[in-house]
Every structure is written in structure tokens, then in C-alpha cells.
Design a protein around this ligand. Structure first.
Ligand code: PLP
Length: 406
């Protein structure tokens, strides 16, 4: 089965946040198609982390068959669902997961909020490493907890953890929980076993529990190896919540299905009771069949999509080096999100955004939403057709050149 990722796809009319909405002052707003400055379909959306590709054929088939039954009542996970998830974890992450360890939630962001809310108290601190996926911040602030960030360090063109700073921050008795992004969105690092072990050791020594957000862990670029937190020393398993889902891997975010793996029985039962207290139960029937099909039959598609994304990243890198040298791609080890250093352009965040959105008409994520360390950077979603990427880059080149010469 060879997939044609160049295939043109009509993204309109499905309530797609990526294609049909824009983040405005009051949150998400539908594009105003009558607004000549903002709302026409010429804007190329390369922001939120959804792929532009159609879902893998075995997933479409499974979901279609399920939909055709016409039965959309309450649904629950089954042994075959759990064995698909555990099979995936064993094959792809070398982690033997007991099906009993799995709790289902509508999404990883839901899991972050629930865990932060239940396992910390107002005023407690939660440790994150900025620049990082912004809902980490929301899950802390929305629950009136405090953020402690141990900023990642850009050493040459590679981000690294600052272990000295991390140890200092984790030693603060107010820090009760840490959220790890592995692989890291937006800087694209795939942490090594050594880095993860140092991180885990610091948290363990200081009694800090860890949420390991491994949502991007299937999207690993050639030559890199993902290491799951679950495969570290057993000592670390008693304090961890590992968040997984097929949503980024197979672009199934709308199916609202994630698997939170909690090996420690006491912790898991406590979380289960909290989910019950919040009335968070039940699962999306399409999420169940889509996930099962993805994990049982999606590997061939995944290998091809990774190759395609990798070739897009190479194209982006070559383009920037030869035509836009003031914009530098941070080498991406995992995820399909390119982190581009635009600081040499000398534009502040708003000006940079305005050039991209208003002049180039390309919708990218502004770096500063990931924390102040992201100022002057842009995040570019390259899970798109090559044609879209080429078009976006030539528009950006033109807009930047006009800005510089004008
Ligand atoms: C690191 C990370 N965690 C969580 C999410 C969102 O997960 P979900 O859609 O399962 O809530 C994203 C989405 O981009 C992400 O990048």
C-alpha cells in the first residue's frame, strides 16, 4: 500500500480548527470570509498540530463500517482495544504495559488538567521546561497552581535540559509535580535514555511526581530512537503518569481518545476515583475503533508518513539555508513541528506575526505562546503536502524581502 501524500484534500466544511478557524481576542473564531484582511481561503494554515493528510485507509475503513451500523450509543473499551494499545507499546516502545494500567480520557490536555488539579493543591508549584507546548501552562494556571520553569538551553543549534537548574527547582518543597514533554514540542528534541534518567532521578530524589507527555513519541525522525519513561528504572514507575494517544501519530485528535498509563496501583486508583468524581467516563465509539485499527494496521502508513515529513523538513532546511538565511531551522529529531529561529530578522513577535499572517498569508504559531524563551521563533507544521510548503515558503520569502527593502 503506497500512500499518495501529494493528494489534494478539501479541508473545508468539516469544522476544522486548523483550516476554518483563527485564534482571535475571544478565543477561536470562524474565519470571516467577508473580511478582506483576514478571511479568505488563501491563507495557508500551518499552525495547530493536525496533519493535512487523510487518515490511514484501515482507520477510515474501520470508522466507516462502525458509522454505517447507525448505532451511536454509549460504548466502552474491550479486551481487543486494550490488547491493540499494549501491542503497540510493546512493539514500538519496547514497554510491556499491563492493560490494567490504562485509564482512558478524551485527551492528553484533559489528563494534564485533571492530574494537576488532583495531585497538587492551590499554591503548589508545577515544574515545566519552556519553551513548551502552551497547554502545560494552561493546566497549571487554570487550576491556580504556580509555574516553575527550568528553561531549556539552546546550545549551538540544539536544545538541552539544564540539569543543575532543574535540580535546584525540583528541590523547592512547593514543587509537587513536573510535566515532561517527550519528544519535546516545539523544540523537536527526542530525549536520550541518559537525559531521561537524569531527569527522573532528580524528580524521584525530590519526591516530585511526573506526567510524561509522550504524545509525539511515534513521530521519530530517521536515525533517532525514542525512549519511553516507562522503560526507565522501575523505581521511577511508581511516580509517573505516561500520556499516550493515536491523535498526533495518525491525526485522530477529533476522535478524542487518549490512554493514560499509570503503573502504580494506588496512584491509578486515586486518579480513577477523581475521574468518577468529575463525571469523566465513557469513550467515543469512533475513537475506540479508530485507535484499534490504527495500532493493529497503521504501521505501514506511519512509516510512509514519517519519510514524507522528513523529506519536507529537509526541503524546509535547504530552502531556509539558501534563500532565507536569517531564519534557521532547529534540527528536528521528532514531531512534525519545525522550530524556526527568526531572531536575526530583528522583528519583534507582533511584527513577525504580522509579516507572516498579513503579508505572506501563512498562519504559523508564534514562538512566544510557548513561553518567553520562544520570542523571535515560529513553529511551522510541516505535515502538509509539499506543494503547500513550497507555496508557503515562497510567500514568506517575498514578504520578508518586501519588509526588508521597504
Ligand atoms: C505535547 C502535546 N501534548 C498534548 C497535546 C494535545 O493532546 P490531546 O489532543 O490528546 O488533548 C498536544 C497537541 O498538539 C501536544 O503537542
Amino acid at each position: 500500500m503506497t500512500i499518495d501524500f501529494e493528494q489534494e484534500v478539501d479541508h473545508y466544511g468539516v469544522n476544522s480548527i486548523k483550516w476554518e478557524f483563527v485564534v482571535g481576542d475571544d478565543g477561536l473564531q470562524h474565519w470571516d470570509l467577508t473580511d478582506p484582511d483576514l478571511g479568505d481561503q488563501s491563507v495557508l494554515p500551518m499552525w495547530i498540530a493536525d496533519m493535512d493528510f487523510l487518515a490511514a485507509p484501515p482507520i477510515v475503513e474501520a470508522v466507516t463500517q462502525r458509522a454505517q451500523r447507525g448505532l451511536y450509543g454509549y460504548a466502552s473499551k474491550t479486551d481487543s482495544y486494550l490488547s491493540a494499545v499494549c501491542g503497540w507499546m510493546a512493539r514500538r516502545k519496547a514497554w510491556t504495559v499491563d492493560p490494567k494500567w490504562i485509564l482512558m480520557m478524551p485527551g492528553v490536555v484533559t489528563a494534564l488538567h485533571v492530574i494537576v488539579r488532583h495531585f497538587t493543591a492551590p499554591g503548589d508549584k508545577v515544574l515545566i521546561q519552556r519553551p513548551v507546548y502552551h497547554p502545560f501552562t494552561f493546566s497549571i494556571e487554570n487550576n491556580q497552581r504556580e509555574i516553575t520553569s527550568s528553561a531549556l538551553q539552546l546550545v549551538g543549534n540544539r536544545y538541552e535540559m539544564d540539569f543543575e537548574d532543574l535540580a535546584e527547582k525540583a528541590a523547592d518543597p512547593a514543587v509537587k509535580l513536573a510535566i515532561l514533554c517527550s519528544p519535546h514540542n516545539p523544540v523537536g528534541r527526542v530525549w536520550s535514555r541518559e537525559e531521561l534518567t537524569r531527569y527522573a532521578e532528580i524528580c524521584h530524589t525530590n519526591g516530585v511526581r511526573v506526567i510524561a507527555d509522550e504524545l509525539h513519541s511515534d513521530l521519530i525522525m530517521p536515525g533517532r530512537q525514542f525512549v519511553s519513561y516507562g522503560t526507565l528504572d522501575e523505581r521511577f514507575l511508581k511516580d509517573v503518569f505516561v500520556c499516550t494517544a493515536p491523535s498526533k501519530t495518525f491525526s485522530l485528535a477529533g476522535l478524542q481518545t487518549s490512554n493514560i498509563i499509570v503503573p502504580n496501583t494506588e496512584l491509578r486508583e486515586e486518579l480513577r476515583i477523581e475521574l468518577r468524581a468529575l463525571g469523566l467516563w465513557g469513550t467515543n465509539p469512533f475513537g475506540l475503533v479508530g485507535t484499534e485499527a490504527a495500532y493493529n494496521h497503521g504501521e505501514a502508513w506511519l512509516e510512509q508518513v514519517i519519510d514524507y515529513i522528513w523529506s519536507n523538513l529537509e526541503y524546509l532546511d535547504d530552502f531556509l539555508k539558501s534563500r532565507l538565511p536569517s531564519m534557521k531551522l532547529i534540527p528536528i529529531e521528532g514531531t512534525y513541528l519545525a522550530w524556526v529561529d527568526c531572531r536575526d530578522l530583528g522583528l519583534d513577535g507582533e511584527a513577525l506575526n504580522s509579516v507572516m499572517m498579513k503579508d505572506a498569508r501563512v498562519y504559523l504559531d508564534k514562538g512566544h505562546i510557548f513561553g518567553p524563551e520562544g520570542e523571535g521563533f515560529l513553529r511551522v507544521n510541516v505535515a502538509c503536502r509539499r506543494q503547500t510548503l513550497e507555496q508557503a515558503l515562497s510567500r514568506i520569502e517575498r514578504a520578508i524581502n518586501d519588509k526588508i527593502s521597504g
